[in-house]
Design a protein around this ligand. Structure first.
Ligand code: GLY
Length: 551
């Protein structure tokens, strides 16, 4: 079985180029194949993205979901772009001090348990995108996911490892342990994972659409789960959930058009702001894994992340975000003047600091034969979200409330952030870093990109853009390139240090940077238009199940 799995991954992951065929790149080989089959059957890029996303909810339960939320960015062949915001919202009773337990901040209370669950948006978001841009029947898009859940699929090594790591948290919830273990023992690589309750839920969604999830049988089961676990989500919260269509945030970089994610994502603004700063440097004369490149990008990110915390939140609640200023070339010029080429700046701990990052969330990219493209990032927040499977409904719930700031006014060096724009409120969307992005060159899509990784999503996505434009890398070289991240505070470069030379390390240290190692950053599954052809770049280096599959 191992050999067959290996061959399948190797086959699916090849970056085959083709001129006319559509392509799907996602974090899972089963899901990419589901999307590619939709394209073969005449579906649009949105059809394929929806089918891939439902399949991921079965085969990549770390982040694929129907119990979470996300952002779907489209660009039609004709040039129009749309952004579907299906981010979770704070349920009834959400308030800025809700993460205090007996007047003390409790990280587990913030990030786990039934109170950490936001009102899910995924089913409504995928449905609205399909309603407006789909061609194949809704049920046709969910059928493959139902089959994968009902008949099961073979567990890969990365998934087996992730399930084993999650076992202690699953074990608190009977429905979770029943679904994701073998009577409390870890499921093994090569075993079949069958999810019957999830299959039944997906069948209802296929038949009744979002109505089932937000006011039907699934809604009833979810509300019951909340009552049992003392969660906050009510039947009314579910009924009132709304997808919001927004104008993507737009910028330019060296003549390319950049189409990014607007608030409540910080991604589009942070990426465009960073690109504007970096446009002032001869990046193409730098070497990717050299100290000057890492230094200039890190110094840029340091500044951009401080502004992210200061200004950004849900536009439904934060009405004074200076977006135009943040993404202007003039502002970037001023920021650039504060960067020294031969010295690291310091970030003041009295300003902003962030808790450590989850590497979860998942990103997929799709292009169809007509040239419509989709960049979709969605999430349960941490790996497997809250780890809570809805009893009788078989799907995992998010822990997205953890993306709200912890305590109002409490911004300290221990990792707390308490700035106003991202405090919890009922009906409010928590600030996100998810950055589905599309680059356009001469009126045609050039790069479809995005990544998981909490705040590192912004750095990873930025790096894929620089790799494509300044370094002229192929799709596979773009995703393979070593990565790094800076987020203002903690004041350090977090990087895949084993991929950089001792000289680079010493040089960065001599500039005054603190360096922290991470084994892998993100999982960018991208599509690049190169030499007149689409090229898929699957990030198998960081998640072996990632796969490019052609129509
Ligand atoms: N939960 C990850 C993000 O939204 O940025």
């Amino acid at each position: 079985m191992k050999i067959i799995t290996f061959l399948l991954v190797a086959f699916c992951s090849l970056s085959v180029s083709a001129q006319d065929r559509g392509v799907v790149v996602s974090q899972d080989k089963y899901a990419s194949e589901v999307g590619a089959q939709v394209l073969r059957d005449g579906g649009t890029a949105v059809d394929a993205a929806v089918a891939t996303a439902f399949a991921l909810a079965v085969t990549h339960p770390l982040a694929g979901n129907i119990g979470g939320g996300g952002f779907l960015l489209t660009r039609d062949a004709g040039g129009a772009s749309d952004f579907y915001d299906f981010r979770e919202t704070g349920p009834k009773g959400s308030h800025p001090n809700m993460f205090l337990l007996n007047d003390k901040y409790d990280s587990d209370y913030h990030h786990y348990g039934h109170r950490s669950i936001g009102v899910p948006g995924t089913v409504a978001g995928l449905h609205l995108a399909w309603t407006e841009r789909g061609k194949l029947p809704w049920a046709r898009l969910i059928d493959p996911a139902i089959k994968l859940a009902r008949e099961g699929f073979i567990i890969s090594k990365p998934l087996a490892n992730a399930l084993e790591r999650a076992l202690p948290r699953f074990s608190k919830y009977p429905a979770s342990i029943a679904q994701f273990s073998n009577y409390g023992k870890p499921l093994k690589e090569g075993e079949r994972l069958i999810q019957s309750d999830l299959a039944t839920t997906l069948e209802r969604i296929a038949k009744h659409g979002p109505k089932d999830f937000y006011s039907g049988e699934t809604a009833k089961l979810l509300v019951k789960e909340m009552k049992v676990g003392k969660g906050l989500i009510t039947a009314k919260d579910l009924k009132n959930y709304k997808v919001i269509k927004r104008q993507p945030v737009m910028g330019t970089y060296r003549g390319f058009q950049v189409i990014g994610a607007p608030p409540p994502s910080s991604g589009g603004i942070a990426i465009i702001e960073s690109l504007n700063v970096l446009e002032g440097y001869d990046i193409n004369k730098m070497v990717w894994d050299s100290a000057p490149f890492v230094h200039h990008v890190s110094e840029t990110l340091r500044r951009v992340f401080s502004e992210r915390a200061k200004y950004l939140g849900d536009p439904g609640f934060v009405t004074d975000m200076p977006i135009e200023r943040l993404i202007s070339k003039e502002h970037a010029g001023r920021l650039r003047q504060t960067i020294q080429s031969d010295r690291a700046s310091t970030s003041s701990p009295s300003q902003f600091e962030w808790p450590s990052e989850s590497q979860e969330t998942t990103h997929l990219s799709v292009v169809d034969r007509a040239g419509n493209v989709v960049s979709l990032t969605y999430t349960l927040e941490l790996s497997f979200g809250s780890h809570i499977v809805v009893s009788g409904a078989g799907f995992l719930l998010n822990n997205e409330m953890g993306d709200f700031n912890a305590i109002p006014g409490n911004t300290a060096s221990n990792g707390m952030i308490g700035t106003q724009p991202n405090l919890a409120r009922q009906g409010k969307r928590m600030l996100s870093s998810m950055s589905p992005t599309i680059l356009v060159k001469d009126g045609k899509p050039w790069l479809i990109t995005g990544s998981p990784g909490g705040r590192t999503i912004i750095s990873t996505t930025l790096l894929t853009i620089l790799a494509s434009i300044d370094f002229n890398f192929s799709a596979q070289e773009i995703v393979n390139a070593p990565r790094f991240h800076h987020q203002w505070l903690p004041d350090r470069i977090v990087w895949e240090s084993h991929r950089f030379s001792p000289e680079t390390k010493n040089f960065l240290s001599s500039l005054g940077h603190t360096l922290a190692e991470v084994s892998a950053q993100g999982c960018a599954n991208i599509i690049l238009f190169s030499d007149g052809r689409w090229e898929g770049g699957a990030d198998t280096l960081r998640w072996a199940d990632s796969a490019t599959v052609w129509e």
